[in-house]
Design a protein around this ligand. Structure first.
Ligand code: CMX
Length: 434
């Protein structure tokens, strides 16, 4: 398997770099923490190392050192496609190199081979109340596959620590191979009266998902699906889904346990669920102003909304201090493919006016849009109008990154995470002594 060989070839070098840092420079201090940060979600404190992606506050995400525009240009594409193959992105995340066309196809064909989902996983979804949130179905479907974990079996048999990553990779390929089938099953089960469409072995991961939800003839939607999954794949390791999944895997729980945990975090309204919330917010705005609102009208509307104690979904970020480049990539896609769509025009109008309004509110540190401010509107344009499903799309993409982190954490021998907590009394005593 190519990914296995490519990772193996780099491991000695990576392990030497990490050992050298730990052994020769282990005492070098990289972070301090204040009381404000302790009570404030550990914001800004470096607590992990990720070589897979990095979010620069002023620039946004780089995946394996490449910006979003670079990735969309450099990753290989299927013939006739505008957007790259998701398999190429997975190669980049896992193997730390821009893949050739053959490398990307190798991941895609490995995924096809592993794509059969056991029937009991569908049964688990069917057994849930039909109105259960699709993220509940998604997370439980992932967990339902855990009994197949090769890592869990091998661990019980006894394997050296240096081999853990091989079985994490094995499980990661199987889990990610099945995500389009599971995502499409949930969509069809919930919203298309159970009309299921089998996977097409000639299609790539992104296009196959589109095909299985009934968009097999829509080349534009297939491209949007590829773009969406690539953009949502990874955002370094401090966000809730990545952090939760990393923490769980650090206990040597396998990737099924770890990714299910990550999805439970993604299902929160301050994280992945913001895309569903954002579309709701935009549709309500559209109802209130059937013609596009002016900035002045928007301002009054926003103040009323904020006064009700809610946050504007899709705006703000814990790390970014500029417009999210993942928002910009989707904005560019929208300008090219749906410039006359009224909801898309509303997204651009909100982008024009809202940052200025949020600045006046005086609390938010980043008044610009994040990835969630637009992705629902693009899905809506192509008829994916069940907006509680959008977080599942986010999750399908995000698991690509979560599994890459899990494999590399084991490859580099990272230990169980166990930070320390203090009491309020201890902090009060420290303040007195300081
Ligand atoms: N609308 C209104 N107020 C906002 C706001 C928004 N979109 N974003 C932040 N604020 C407020 C916060 O509630 C906070 O107020 P209090 O001091 O009264 O609690 C204040 O501004 C400071 O917050 P911050 O430091 O700017 O932001 P945080 O790092 O604490 O939180 C985030 C970041 C994303 C959770 C927050 O901006 C938010 O809730 N945004 C809306 C939800 C959203 O879009 N989430 C998706 C994030 C993308 C992802 O999932 O990766």
């Amino acid at each position: 398997m190519r990914l296995y060989d490519r990772i193996s070839a780099q491991l000695v070098g990576w392990r030497q770099r990490v050992s050298h840092l730990k052994e020769a420079h282990g005492a070098v201090k990289v972070s301090d923490i204040t009381i404000e940060q302790l009570y404030g979600g550990i914001r800004g404190v470096a607590i992990n190392v990720s070589d897979i992606s990095y979010v620069d506050p002023q620039e946004g995400i780089r995946l394996r050192g490449f910006t979003v525009p670079e990735i969309l240009t450099l990753l290989p594409k299927m013939k006739g496609a505008e957007m790259p193959m998701v398999g190429g992105l997975y190669h980049l995340l896992m193997a730390n190199e821009i893949p050739t066309y053959e490398d990307a196809l190798a991941v895609e064909s490995e995924w096809i081979k592993r794509s059969t989902v056991p029937e009991h996983v569908f049964d688990v979804i069917r057994q849930l109340p039909h109105d259960a949130h699709p993220m509940t179905m998604f997370s439980m479907a992932i967990l339902a596959m855990q009994p197949e974990s090769v890592f869990a079996k091998k661990y019980n048999e006894g394997i050296p620590k240096t081999d853990y990553w091989k079985y994490y990779l094995e499980d990661s390929l199987t889990l990610t191979a099945r995500l389009p089938v599971i995502g499409a099953f949930i969509y069809n089960h919930k919203y298309r009266q159970g009309q299921h469409i089998p996977l097409d072995p000639n299609l790539d991961w992104g296009a196959n998902f589109a095909h299985m939800i009934g968009k097999g003839d829509d080349k534009e939607y297939q491209d949007l699906a590829r773009l969406f999954f690539i953009l949502h794949s990874d955002h370094e390791s401090g966000n809730v889904s990545a952090h939760a999944s990393h923490l769980v895997a650090s206990a040597l729980s396998d990737v099924y346990y770890a990714c299910s945990a990550g999805m439970n975090g993604l299902a929160g309204p301050l994280h992945g669920l913001a895309n569903q919330e954002c579309l709701k917010w935009l549709l309500d705005l559209q109802d209130a102003f059937p013609d596009q609102p002016s900035c002045q009208q928007l301002e009054q509307y926003v103040w009323d909304y904020l006064d009700s104690g809610r946050v504007i979904p899709g705006y703000g970020h814990a790390v970014l201090r500029v417009t999210d480049p993942r928002f910009i990539a989707q904005l560019d896609y929208g300008k090219q493919h749906m410039p006359d769509d009224e909801l898309f025009q509303l997204v651009t109008q909100v982008y024009e006016c809202l940052p200025g309004i949020l600045v006046k509110q005086g609390k938010i540190k980043n008044p610009f849009p994040n990835v969630d401010a637009i992705n629902g509107a693009l899905q809506y344009h192509y008829g994916i109008r069940e907006f509680d499903f959008y977080t599942v799309l986010f999750g399908m993409g995000r698991i690509l990154g979560l599994t890459a982190h899990a494999v590399w954490s084991r490859a580099l021998g990272k230990p169980i995470d166990r930070p320390k907590s203090l009491t309020t009394r201890m902090l009060e005593e420290m303040v007195i002594k300081s």
